[in-house]
Design a protein around this ligand. Structure first.
Ligand code: GLA
Length: 718
């Protein structure tokens, strides 16, 4: 059985893994239905490309590790090097790995599949390659390279590659910067290499997130797509390559610095996992699979997320101005509106009066907190809220007791590396530095009933050592989580600069961006949601004027935006008016009413007109019984009347009642908007009509939003 057919969800993958060959993916795409072994063998025998004129005599197939030894002259899947004389080095640099074994394999949360063993004894390499498919159709692939040679070998690159389907002609990925993460960019696939290379030492504000290739014009609701995500928080490369030979591949792997990974005889190097999804139902189909996989993996790991508590984060409320009385007043206001988790942000530890000092000294500053944090924590608990705390354990300020005692722990050497927000990186690959930070965090977690850690990372890591540092921070989080299983962790990195499945295997939420501007957040959350389900995406209700952009938005738009996520508040609501606080309390109650649906449903996004002035997105219950939708206006309408609102993802033949959910008062209507079906009445129509015909949108001003609850009143056939 060496031509293998794996299937899961709506996906099939066929791997030709006959002994003595470099394995090839014969199909990664739509489910093929039952295919017998005889037919699989026939497919492998038939799927031999022609040898065109002026090419190698033997047909050239694209192997899972594309290598020069197989005639591949494109971007290689494995680059390694051994010291020695030039001839030996050259031979060893061209391994010729061949399948030696195929075994069934399973990995908790990733489904099942095969482990292929490939070896090239002459080159001194053995490679284990895992191919697993889960019930959502998410393919997990990873390679592990073993040095079986006599001397050391330097790994310069090892990536997971997959063929690009013939139907795909466009490429979508994401880019961005601080406070504007995950902006989509789209282009035609053309001959050459398109490559995103990240040497910033963290996943990055500009991370590609998911590289998607797809059929012409693919959209949220339609088209065939193939998406790949690299589960790694350090340097990385993701590429697509189209060659004149007709071969086309996508690849993803860690971007290794020269000499960063040197394997002694017997040692090994594993690539991060790549999670890959195919869907014939557009980006919504792709997201459904990724979200399903995230939820299943968390369940299997014993970290399924319960209802996401309403958070209040102190950062934009008080910044570094820590004062017990003021924070108690904030906690009281938080309690009054229904907050469940109170998070004390930056500014509580030794010498941390601003962002120039203190990082590394993770003890409570007695100058500001003479009795420690106990009084505040007690107040928070008396209000029935959980207490959370901000830390940034991978960083130091030179102005800290830690660096004064151990200047040699600064990555790159004290004073040499470039400061960034006045800070440097602590070299966690030094065992003593690692132990010091771990022990300081353990002491905090033992002294205080902390239930939540906001784990920040506010600087690129440009001094090298990224591979070891990334593994060290993973290990640190793993250790802390094993010891304090009741504590949740958030991955923050100047907002959303560390969002990937690698960090999310050990954290429970991401801070999607430092911007609380509802307009910016619409895009950031929409596209972060291509990979992550809403319950993992932190979103906070900010004050009327966004601190990052200076834009002012109405409460209703801000509330509509923060609702479709793991919601919280980041605003000094102790200073808000009683009327505002009453509206916030109503919003919190609405969030609590709907969070089961929001955090367990299927994310959908309507394909709205290309003008892009209206977006419709929502979450539909898995059984189709109800849904919650947001209609948001991002710009002044191009035409006086906007297009009808269509609600995707409902069951065609069921009858649904649509009701507007008031949030934070009325949005701004332009002119005399006649009270139509949605102000404040309801309308009842079949799912097919709601998703295909839609309902007219009254003239809604720009940068406004409305929320609709859609309930099934009669199922199909009743
Ligand atoms: C980063 C985070 C913010 C806040 C500050 C504190 O910028 O993204 O949310 O925690 O650090 O310094």
């Amino acid at each position: 059985m060496t031509v293998l057919h794996l299937s899961g969800g709506a996906v099939s993958i066929v791997l030709d893994a006959r002994p003595g060959t470099m394995p090839t993916v014969l199909h990664w795409g739509a489910h093929l239905g039952p295919v017998g072994q005889e037919q699989l063998d026939a497919l492998a025998a038939a799927a031999v490309p022609a040898s065109p004129p002026s090419s190698l005599d033997a047909p050239q197939r694209l192997g899972i590790i594309p290598l020069a030894s197989d005639g591949w002259t494109g971007r290689p899947g494995l680059v390694l090097h051994r010291d020695g004389d030039a001839a030996a080095a050259r031979a060893a640099a061209w391994p010729s790995v061949r399948v030696t074994d195929v075994a069934e394999h399973a990995e908790p949360g990733r489904g099942s599949g095969v482990r292929l063993t490939l070896a090239d004894p002459a080159a001194g390499v053995r490679l284990l390659s895992d191919w697993l498919l889960d019930e959502h159709g998410v393919l997990s692939v990873r390679h592990e390279l073993h040095n079986t040679g006599a001397g050391p070998c330097t790994v310069l690159g090892l990536a997971v590659t997959l063929p690009i389907d013939a139907a795909a002609s466009e490429l979508l990925d994401f880019a961005g910067r601080w406070a504007k993460e995950r902006q989509p960019q789209r282009q035609q696939l053309r001959e050459g290499v398109w490559s995103r290379e990240n040497r910033s030492g963290r996943t990055g504000h500009d991370s590609p997130l998911v590289s998607v290739v797809g059929s012409a014009g693919f959209s949220f609701r339609a088209g065939s797509v193939w998406g790949t995500h690299l589960e790694w928080s350090g340097n990385q490369v993701q590429w697509a390559e189209v060659r004149s030979t007709g071969h086309r591949q996508v690849g993803a792997g860690e971007l290794l610095a020269s000499g960063e990974v040197v394997l002694a005889p017997g040692e090994s190097f594993a690539t991060p996992w790549v999670s890959a999804v195919h869907s014939d139902e557009g980006l919504d189909g792709l997201s459904r699979a990724f979200h399903g996989a995230v939820r299943s993996r968390r369940r299997v790991a014993g970290r399924a997320l319960g209802p996401r508590p309403v958070v209040l984060n102190t950062w934009e409320a008080v910044y570094f101005d820590h004062d017990l009385a003021a924070l108690r007043a904030l906690a009281a206001a938080a309690h009054e509106v229904g907050v469940e988790r109170f998070v004390l942000d930056d500014g509580w530890f030794l010498g941390r009066r601003d962002d120039t000092a203190g990082l590394g000294d993770w003890v409570v500053d007695p100058a500001v907190w003479p009795a420690g944090l106990h009084e505040l924590v007690r107040s928070v608990q008396d209000f029935g809220m959980e207490f959370g705390l901000w830390v940034e354990p991978e960083m130091v300020n030179l102005d800290s007791d830690l660096v004064r005692a151990h200047p040699e722990w600064v990555l790159g050497g004290q004073g040499v590396p470039l400061p960034w927000r006045g800070q440097h990186v602590l070299n966690l690959a030094i065992p003593e530095a690692y132990a010091a930070i771990r022990d300081a965090l353990v002491a905090l977690l033992e002294e205080y009933p902390i239930r939540y850690i906001k784990w920040d990372h506010n600087r690129d890591l440009i001094e090298g050592g990224v591979h070891a540092q990334t593994l060290a921070v993973y290990r640190l989080l793993d250790e802390l989580r094993a010891r304090f299983p009741e504590v949740e962790f958030e991955s923050c990195a100047s907002g959303g600069a560390r969002i990937d499945f690698g960090i999310l295997a050990r954290t429970d939420r991401v801070w999607a961006s430092d911007t609380n501007d509802a307009l910016e957040r619409q895009a950031i959350q929409r596209f972060t949601g291509v990979l992550l389900p809403p319950e993992l995406i932190g979103s906070h209700l900010g004050g009327p004027t966004a601190h990052t952009t200076g834009r002012t938005h109405r409460l209703s738009f801000r509330m509509t935006t923060a609702l479709f996520a793991h919601a919280g508040i980041e605003w000094n609501i102790a200073a808000a008016s009683p009327a505002e606080r009453a509206q916030i309390a109503e919003w919190v109650a609405t969030y609590k009413r709907f969070r089961g649906l929001l955090h367990g449903g299927v994310t959908v996004r309507a394909d709205t007109a290309p003008a892009g002035d209206v977006w419709v997105h929502g979450v539909v219950a898995p059984d189709g019984d109800e849904a919650l939708f947001a209609v948001v206006t991002l710009a002044t309408a191009a035409a006086a009347l906007r297009e009808p609102v269509r609600f995707p993802g409902l069951h065609d033949a069921s009858l649904y009642r649509v009701t507007r959910v008031p949030l934070g008062g009325e949005p701004l209507w332009i002119g005399d908007a006649a009270p139509q079906w949605w102000m404040p009445g309801t309308v009842t129509l079949p799912g097919s009509v709601l998703s295909r015909v839609g309902l007219p949108l009254p003239p809604l001003a720009s940068e406004e939003g409305c929320v609709f609850h859609v309930e099934r009143v009669r199922a199909a056939g009743e």
